[in-house]
Ligand binder design. Structure first.
Ligand SMILES: Nc1ncnc2c1ncn2[C@@H]1O[C@H](COP(=O)(O)OP(=O)(O)OP(=O)(O)O)[C@@H](O)[C@H]1O
Ligand SMILES: [Mg+2]
Length: 312
């Protein structure tokens, strides 16, 4: 892809007087020398479900890049790919051919979490339970199973997560509100909603929030929308600012201060089985995901003090 595509957002200088190359080198150094920028551990292990039934809003991109940002900077992080498309597994370059121990076998109780978790080459701190195409049938197969909504929760027991020693778990959901997403919402305490800075972005959000409320009321009273991340921001359009303002007015502190810009580097990275942090550590996309990961880690170290109810 051409890096000068019209969809790429121009770099905003952070250090007046520096050349663009110096800026890029400084950003790359921050990503590549994580020992100087270790992130604080959460007061308690955090499980975040990354959900939005709208397709293509940046769920997977946010999951893998936030997870990589936390992992590279010292926090052991597990990504659960709960989407039969297997995009998170692809982006983390984790084997996910049919027959590979995956989240499907974990949901069926045939495999333990530790058996299905593969270490990503992005960081020894980054684990991924992949999704194979077998997961496509799970939505239907689960219907007739006992405790069909809490299969993932059972798999993500304290003991299983202690065995892996993880601080953070991100569950990447498919673009639907079916049983897989319900399993993710029952297993987590927090929902992270990526919102694309585009016209239809807020459409369907009401439905997502009412589903979260239903899960809260009947299956998981601890669930709340703790984090909203604005993605694919294009500063050249008024619309992007309108969406940003509207989301901030409505959700307040829950929205991360860092906004993820639309950037060709971000979209190219999965094609190389890499996160943008590995693919182009000096890019604005890498830096913004790292900044967003830092915000998440700092909230976690304060005990997630900005958490708000889903209906807020
Ligand atoms: N910041 C960004 N800049 C440019 N492209 C992006 C950005 N974030 C995501 N994309 C691209 O947009 C597309 C959709 O992103 P992604 O797959 O993360 O969305 P999703 O919500 O997981 O989609 P689905 O609903 O299909 O699971 C992908 O091609 C991705 O590379
Ligand atoms: Mg996805």
């Amino acid at each position: 892809m051409n890096p000068a595509s019209p969809h790429d957002v121009p770099e905003v200088p952070q250090h007046p007087g520096w050349t663009p190359i110096a800026e890029e080198a400084e950003r790359a150094a921050r990503v590549l020398h994580p020992e100087e920028n270790q992130l604080p551990r959460p007061t308690k292990r955090r499980i975040l479900t990354v959900a939005n039934q709208k397709g293509g809003v940046g769920k997977t991109t946010s999951t893998v890049n936030l997870a990589a940002g936390l992992a590279i900077h010292g926090l052991k992080t597990l990504v659960i790919d709960l989407d039969p498309q297997g995009n998170a597994s692809t982006a983390l370059n984790v084997e996910h051919r049919s027959g590979t121990p995956s989240v499907y076998e974990v949901l069926l109780g045939e495999t333990t979490l530790a058996e299905a978790a593969a270490v990503s080459e992005q960081s020894p701190n980054l684990l991924c339970v992949p999704a194979t195409i077998d997961l496509a049938g799970a939505e239907i197969e689960l219907v007739s199973m006992a405790s069909r909504e809490s299969r993932l929760k059972e798999a993500l027991s304290d003991d299983a997560l202690d065995e892996l020693g993880v601080d953070y778990v991100f569950v990447d959901c498919p673009p639907s509100l079916g049983l897989l997403t319900v399993n993710a919402m029952v297993a987590a305490r927090e929902v992270l909603i990526p919102i694309q800075c585009e016209y239809y972005a807020l459409e369907g959000l009401g439905q997502l929030l009412s589903n979260i409320e239903l899960v809260q009321a009947h299956l998981n009273p601890e669930l709340s929308v703790s984090t909203i991340v604005l993605t694919m921001y294009d500063g050249r359009t008024k619309l992007a600012d309108q969406v940003t303002n509207e989301v901030r007015n409505h959700f307040g502190e829950v929205v991360l201060k860092t906004v993820i810009p639309r950037s060709v580097k971000v979209s190219e990275a999965p094609g190389y089985g890499q996160t943008v942090l590995a693919y182009d550590p000096g890019s604005r996309g890498a830096m913004s995901y790292l900044d967003a990961a830092r915000e998440i880690a700092e909230r976690g170290a304060r005990g997630g003090t900005t958490e708000k109810g889903a209906g807020a």
